[in-house]
Design a protein around this ligand. Structure first.
Ligand SMILES: [Zn+2]
Length: 190
């Protein structure tokens, strides 16, 4: 049995507006063998399931929540920081090997530059905006504006350092105010 340290209500809420009005979007793709007698699907050959939890009040995705075995669960190394934290905005550069950037022009360039800079944290958790990028010999310097959630300046810095997949240089890092909380209890007239 899993036992989470905190009661369920502390993490099962939107990290931005604390609303508990959440929605799960599940996309499932599976390849199954077919039972020749019954015609039912049987053995799984391959399956991919992607699930995203979204807040119905502020419409943001919830990267601190995952969906496993039929229930929503907190992502352990992320949820406390995001739910209890405040937004921090960093202006920074990440210098990465050019090989790690899949494409730096056209559609998909922004996403692949963000991914090269910060991996899954960049594409799933942070709000990352690529201002521009420079090529320096075999390296690419990605200039970004990043918003992330953390409980202190030190933690925000640490999160950026841990996520960076190259050499990180932070020009500025400032705390923003948290978006207004949803109405207590999240009551909606029906
Ligand atoms: Zn929300």
């Amino acid at each position: 049995m899993d036992s989470f340290r905190e009661p369920i209500g502390s993490w099962l809420r939107c990290y931005r507006c604390w609303s508990q009005e959440l929605e799960l979007q599940v996309h499932y793709e599976g390849i199954h063998r077919i039972d020749p007698i019954t015609g039912e699907r049987s053995e799984v050959v391959d399956e991919v399931q992607e699930a995203v939890v979204q807040c119905l009040d502020c419409l943001h995705d919830q990267p601190h929540l995952g969906f496993q075995n039929g229930r929503v669960e907190p992502i352990e190394d992320r949820w406390e920081r995001m739910v209890a934290g405040t937004p921090w905005v960093a202006s920074c550069t990440v210098t990465v090997d050019g090989d790690t950037v899949e494409t730096c022009s056209g559609a998909g360039a922004a996403e692949s530059l963000v991914y090269a800079a910060f991996g899954d944290h960049g594409t799933q958790e942070f709000f990352a905006h690529v201002r521009f990028h420079d090529h320096q010999e075999d390296q690419v310097v990605v200039h970004l504006l990043v918003e992330l959630y953390a409980r202190s300046l030190d933690e925000a810095t640490q999160v950026l350092e841990d996520a960076a997949r190259g050499i990180l240089a932070i020009t500025s890092l400032a705390e923003e105010s948290r978006p207004p909380a949803a109405a207590p209890g999240g009551e909606h007239p029906h």
